[in-house]
Design a binder for this molecule. Structure first.
Ligand code: 13P
Length: 248
């Protein structure tokens, strides 16, 4: 079994063309010898400028969302064609902030994921439980539904990246312990094995996300089922390079 590690940043609604370009220029030499795949998922409006800034580097530029329709009357949305025009390869789908603030559901996550795959993009599908759900013991039940509905109808699950982001760990500084993250990600892999096939599940890249930083990345990345990270706050600074170089 060999899964290539994948560290991706999620800029969320941060940065401008100017500050983003500056950061990418500074990060590029620091991450150029990375053994993992590296991406920064940025606000849609910054994609053209960030793609340009990252040209000739090993930093791939990704998007933070994509719509399922080819085109049409969907004010404020972005299509797969629009992303592909700029060479985008990765797109985050179903981030908990989309679920929490913008009504994203497992059903809409599924539609976006299928559309991304059909267009040849790699979806980074986010799943994870709320604090209340962890505390009342329903983490596995919540993940079961997110995975069963969100990944329904996918032909080749190995083309999907999963990001396990416990909602209580996002932006809170409260990281899941190495053991908690490992245990839950192993569960996700097992569930994917049941939904698809155990062999395919072994090939699926599963990231951890939620207050992952320069200090805790090594311990998390040392876990057998954790193949990478989806990094929020720490991807807005040079700490991102330290995370990318977790094995150096
Ligand atoms: P933080 O790293 O800021 O906790 O955010 C994680 C996240 O939501 C990445 O998608």
């Amino acid at each position: 079994m060999s899964r290539k590690a994948f560290i991706a940043g999620n800029w969320k609604m941060n940065m401008t063309a100017e500050s983003g370009e500056k950061l990418i220029k500074e990060l590029a030499p620091l991450v150029k010898n990375a053994s993992c795949d590296v991406a920064l998922c940025v606000p849609a409006i910054l994609i053209p400028a960030m793609t340009k800034a990252a040209q000739g580097t090993n930093i791939k530029i990704g998007a933070e969302n994509v719509h399922w329709a080819k085109s049409g009357a969907y004010t404020g949305e972005i299509s797969t064609d629009m992303l592909k025009e700029y060479g985008v390869e990765y797109v985050i789908i179903g981030h908990s902030e989309r679920r929490q603030y913008f009504g994203e559901t497992d059903e809409s996550v599924n539609k976006r994921t299928l559309a991304a795959l059909a267009a040849g993009l790699t979806p980074i599908v986010c799943v994870g439980e709320l604090l209340e759900e962890r505390e009342n013991g329903s983490t596995e039940k919540v993940l079961d539904k997110q995975l069963t509905v969100g990944l329904n109808g996918i032909e080749d699950i190995t083309k999907v990246v999963i990001a396990y982001e416990p909602v209580w760990a996002i932006g809170t500084g409260k990281t899941a312990t190495d053991e908690q993250a490992q245990e839950t990600i192993a569960y996700i892999r097992k569930k994917i094995g049941e939904l698809f096939c155990p062999k395919c599940a072994e090939k699926v890249v599963i990231q951890y996300g939620g207050s992952m930083n320069a200090g805790n990345c090594k311990g998390l990345m040392a876990q057998p089922d954790i193949d990478g990270g989806l990094i929020g706050g720490a991807s807005l600074k040079l700490d991102f390079a330290t995370i990318v170089n977790y094995d150096k």
